[in-house]
Design a protein around this ligand. Structure first.
Ligand code: NAP
Length: 345
């Protein structure tokens, strides 16, 4: 395994981050294919054995049971200061808004709950999971800054946002002397490269770490078309993200398979080695022990410039999919209030 600094922070992370969305009670959330606690623990323990020190979960994953499984496993198998734990919070609910729960109060409630789920008194990276159009950005950043000052999280990150949203957030944080966003978890892989328009160059300019999710397009970049798995069959959300462009993506997946054969490595290694040339630490999901080995090996594979160009050449722009497709103001009720006062940035 190789290691890097997370952007300009003092956190050292493995170049592969273990994505923990696939761990949790399958009866309690968005996904029906998630692993129970026993199998999740085996994968986490194997990740630690392979040198993976960076773990990504969220309160949203299977109603907090992912956080519970991850927290218990890491507490049992690792020393707290030897792992970097990231979790994420959701937007304010309609009920909270109606009950006068502010953005600051919401964040305090969410991080307290995540810490309780994880059984940890701090997280390393607290991530704004998706843009909350109904809560003033100022309140969110103030709430996050309070969490940092209280020692509940060491750093803050963001996920599923446009570069302009991140630029606005960090400009506001800088003006107020608040903690700034140090990392971005966006949807980015060989068959979905929309982050390259604005986000990648912006983050390079600002020293912000890229930790992309769905690095293997939920498995599509790990296996030849036609091969299937339980997850591939059941994961309706991933189908929604990738099915519409499957035909045009096929040529890229075929090239991944071709290079994997040429180099006698797996498709997973080729796909991740490519993403590792662009980003700090891709967030990779695993549902089987050997998946961890594939991801870990990718950190040691170097692609040539010709190979990189060959993989990239067929890409054509894709429409936004998944959470990013919903990142917009939808009606007057959802109107985003950028500042709590009259002051506009
Ligand atoms: N911020 C967000 O909004 C957001 C959204 C989505 C995900 N995430 C994060 O990103 C993580 C990864 O997302 P993801 O699971 O959708 O995407 P992924 O990493 O692109 O795909 C993981 C899937 O790839 C397959 N795979 C992985 N390693 C393999 C190997 N060595 N050989 C063969 N197949 C392999 C497995 O598929 P099978 O199980 O089918 O075998 C696995 O479930 C999540 O766990 C979560 O932490 C964040």
């Amino acid at each position: 395994m190789k290691y890097t600094k997370l952007g300009e922070t003092d956190l050292t992370v493995s170049r592969i981050c273990m994505g923990c969305m696939g761990f949790g009670d399958a009866g309690q959330g968005q996904h029906s294919w998630t692993l129970d606690e026993e199998h999740s623990r085996e994968i986490i323990r194997h990740g630690l054995e392979m040198g993976v020190t960076f773990y990504d979960t969220a309160i949203a994953y299977q109603s907090g049971t992912s956080e519970k499984y991850v927290g218990r496993a890491l507490r049992n198998f690792a020393k707290r200061d030897e792992v970097v734990v990231a979790t994420k919070f959701l937007p304010r609910t309609q009920e909270e808004i109606e009950n006068g729960i502010t953005g600051q109060m919401h964040i305090e409630r969410m991080i307290n709950k995540s810490q309780q789920n994880l059984g940890m008194d701090y997280v390393d990276l607290y991530i704004y999971h998706m843009w909350d159009w109904q809560t003033p950005l100022e309140d969110i950043l103030d709430g996050l800054n309070r969490a940092v000052r209280a020692g509940k999280t060491r750093y803050i990150g963001i996920s599923n946002c446009y570069a302009w949203q991140l630029a606005k957030a960090n400009a506001l944080a800088e003006r107020e002397g608040w903690a700034k966003v140090v990392s971005v978890q966006g949807h980015y892989n060989l068959i979905f490269r929309e982050e390259e328009r604005e986000m990648v160059p912006y983050c390079q300019e600002e020293g912000i770490a890229l930790t992309p999710y769905s690095a293997l397009a939920a498995g599509r970049l790990s296996r030849k078309p036609g091969e299937t798995t339980e997850r591939l069959a059941k994961d309706a959300y991933a189908k929604f993200k990738y099915d519409a462009t499957a035909q045009q993506d096929r040529i890229i997946i075929d090239r991944v398979a071709e290079l994997a054969d040429n180099r006698s490595v797996t498709m997973t290694e080729i796909s991740l080695a490519w993403l590792l040339t662009k980003t700090a630490s891709p967030v990779v999901g695993a549902t089987k022990l050997h998946h961890v080995d594939g991801a870990a090996k990718a950190a040691d594979l170097t692609l040539t410039e010709d190979e990189i160009a060959y993989l990239e050449a067929p890409y054509v722009p894709h429409p936004l999919a998944g959470v990013m497709a919903q990142n917009k103001r939808t009606n007057a009720k959802d109107k985003h209030v950028w500042s709590t006062g009259n002051q506009r940035f």
